[in-house]
Design a protein around this ligand. Structure first.
Ligand SMILES: [Zn+2]
Length: 87
């Protein structure tokens, strides 16, 4: 289960473990029960695109896209030699 950072306007930031099926954008503050919002922190930076890291650093919130919402034509584009058995 991944760990996420949320920010409470009263109490500050805190970390919480959530499963992917939970609401990942909002949470309740464990201290004062007010609504909190997710803070995007940098992790696995070395594996991420430098441009993306810069954008997140500048405060951009990445859009959450589900696999079903991805355009089908893009899914296999990263493979260098897709389906070599196909003519
Ligand atoms: Zn709070």
């Amino acid at each position: 289960m991944p760990q996420y950072t949320f920010k409470c306007n009263n109490c500050g930031e805190y970390d919480v473990w959530k499963s992917m099926s939970d609401d990942l954008a909002r949470d309740r503050c464990p201290g004062c029960s007010s609504e909190t919002y997710r803070v995007f922190t940098l992790f696995n930076v070395s594996q991420m695109d430098a441009k993306l890291v810069k954008k997140i650093d500048e405060g951009m919130v990445p859009k959450v896209v589900k696999r079903e919402e991805l355009p089908k034509s893009n899914i296999r584009k990263k493979e260098k030699n897709p389906r070599p058995w196909m003519v």
